[in-house]
Design a protein around this ligand. Structure first.
Ligand SMILES: *[C@@H]1O[C@H](CO)[C@@H](O)[C@H](O)[C@H]1NC(C)=O
Ligand SMILES: *[C@@H]1O[C@H](CO)[C@@H](O)[C@H](O)[C@H]1NC(C)=O
Ligand SMILES: *[C@@H]1O[C@H](CO)[C@@H](O)[C@H](O)[C@H]1NC(C)=O
Length: 504
């Protein structure tokens, strides 16, 4: 099923704006339009509330853990004390991989929610977990040896998405209930297992802004990986708003996260039984992984490895490295359509070639599946492009080696940096930002040289707010790069690439 739908979904993944999942698929027109608008926003909306309301983020300050907690987490990962059975048992019970979480040491039977994070709530259920499709609930049945009333009846509700501060979006995410079964429910036959799984379930959603590549990774797949990678694919994904486009587009990631078929939670009316459940996903920041927050000290480079495993066909043999002397570093230029276009792209490509790069133009609407995008981008020394969701593909670049060159149009530099600079740092990918000046912006054709839009974008944004950023700077601007100044940047990145040892 996944395979058949893959070609369909992949064809439509990206339009020039970096959004627009399923554009030609008549089934999702409203969705696509919605996503297209949002794609203008890229991660800026994300950035804004954190930036404007620093006090809200205090709950997320898990970065500064007391050392005792860090040590406890380290010990957990070692598994070198206690018998084998003890280790196995411990492994089986660790649902929450987050250091310092209130749910980190759950009993073997219970419900626990961590609502301390600004962006996301995650709930855990340990014990005999059963789905109840009619009420979109996970029921926790009492252990067989327990007194019938042993479990206090309690209920938690959670919408599994990582933007809990964004009210209108979250209203569209299905709310999942986690509750202890009543004694009557436990006794009745109604919740007999139709399907018994030997792995815990992760409930996540295919909804939200998943049609935009930035959001697909930032809101959904990186968080899902953060939440369940420690289970080593011994987890069942139960997906809300499951749809063919999502299944086709992200099938490689789904089957790398989990060894099991996906449960379509809204449509599958059977009772599925699990030894545990996680509802919702962890979030460490914009395209971020904070190693000290994970029990196993994971990094964003580990997420890159996960992507490499998902997208790389084992059968494909890597091309042997050529010798250093004759090597031309490879530069890919992201070719957007519609907005934030490089109007002199051919001249820029020519320039890069004359500097000494092998240049490829990366079309954004060519329908290539993400696996082929991965292959193309992981082979690059430099990924260059104007700010947009496509640059999320920096996650495909080789950690410790490659460089991202982000072109920031007029008025966009802070947003550009806020979206991608930190992620590059976490991957040890070199980050370079080229800030366009007024003479390189297409806005010079629309505004007088002394207009505040051209002369002082920061002031214009203070006055015009988000509207002017979205409509003018992000939505109404192309660039034409100054070949001399851009050439300097290219030469710098070229000699950097040559200085690196030839890749193994
Ligand atoms: C168990 O719960 C039932 C109702 O849910 C109540 O009638 C009964 O007294 C309880 N038994 C104990 C031992 O608490
Ligand atoms: C986590 O990993 C980094 C490098 O990847 C290492 O320097 C650090 O010591 C590790 N920390 C722990 C607690 O294992
Ligand atoms: C930017 O370039 C594209 C493609 O050439 C064009 O369709 C669009 O109208 C241009 N936008 C502006 C603001 O000039």
């Amino acid at each position: 099923m996944l395979r058949d739908e893959k070609s369909l979904g992949a064809v439509d993944l990206e339009d020039g704006s970096g959004g627009g999942g399923g554009k030609k698929t008549s089934r999702w027109p409203g969705f696509v339009h919605f996503v297209f608008i949002l794609s203008v926003v890229t991660c800026a909306l994300f950035y804004a509330p954190r930036f404007l309301a620093p006090s809200f983020t205090s709950g997320a300050g898990i970065d500064f853990l007391p050392p005792s907690l860090s040590r406890a987490a380290g010990a957990q990962g070692q598994g070198d004390h206690g018998g084998v059975s003890n280790v196995v048992k411990e492994d089986a019970l660790v649902l929450d991989n987050e250091v310092g979480s209130p749910c980190a040491s759950m009993p073997s039977h219970g419900i626990c929610c961590d609502r301390t994070d600004f962006n996301t709530d995650v709930c855990f259920m340990a014990g005999d977990v059963r789905t109840d499709a009619a009420s979109l609930s996970l029921l926790l049945l009492p252990p067989s040896h327990a007194a019938p009333n042993a479990t206090a009846v309690s209920e938690e509700r959670v919408r599994p998405y990582t933007r809990k501060w964004e009210r209108h979006l979250m209203a569209g995410i299905h709310e999942v209930r986690l509750r202890a079964a009543t004694p009557d429910e436990s006794a009745s036959d109604q919740h007999r297992c139709d399907v018994v799984h030997d792995a815990p379930v992760l409930v996540m959603t295919a909804g939200g802004y998943t049609g935009n590549l930035f959001h697909a990774f930032n809101d959904a797949f990186l968080p899902a990986w953060l939440t369940v990678q420690h289970l080593r694919r011994r987890v069942v994904l139960a997906v809300l708003a499951y749809n063919p486009w999502w299944a086709g587009t992200f099938g490689d990631l789904v089957s790398r996260l989990s060894d099991h078929p996906v449960v379509d939670l809204l449509h599958d009316k059977r009772t599925h039984c699990f030894p545990g459940a996680i509802v919702g996903t962890r979030f460490h920041g914009i395209l971020a992984v904070h190693p000290p927050r994970t029990r196993d000290n994971r990094t964003l480079a580990d997420f890159h490895s996960f992507l490499a495993e998902a997208y790389t066909d084992d059968a494909v043999v890597k091309t042997p490295a050529t010798n250093t002397a004759s090597r031309r570093p490879r530069l890919g230029i992201v070719s957007r359509k519609g907005t934030r276009v490089i109007e002199n792209e051919a001249a820029v490509a020519q320039l890069a070639s004359s500097v000494g790069f092998d240049v490829s133009i990366l079309e954004t609407a060519n329908g290539a599946p993400l696996s082929s995008e991965f292959a193309a981008i992981s082979a690059l020394d430099v990924l260059a492009g104007v700010h947009g969701a496509d640059l999320t593909k920096l996650l495909f670049l080789r950690p410790g080696r490659a460089a991202l060159l982000q072109v920031a149009p007029l008025g966009v530099p802070p947003i550009a940096r806020g979206c991608y600079a930190a992620a590059c740092g976490m991957m040890e990918v070199h980050y370079e930002q080229y800030d366009v000046v007024a003479s390189e912006s297409s806005l010079r054709r629309r505004y007088a040289a002394d207009d505040v839009v051209l002369a002082d974008p920061e002031k214009a944004k203070q006055k015009g707010g988000w509207e002017i950023t979205a409509r003018v700077y992000l939505g109404g601007q192309n660039v034409s790069l100054d070949l001399e100044r851009f050439g300097d940047t290219l030469r710098k990145l070229h000699s950097r690439a040559l200085r690196l040892p030839v890749a193994a």
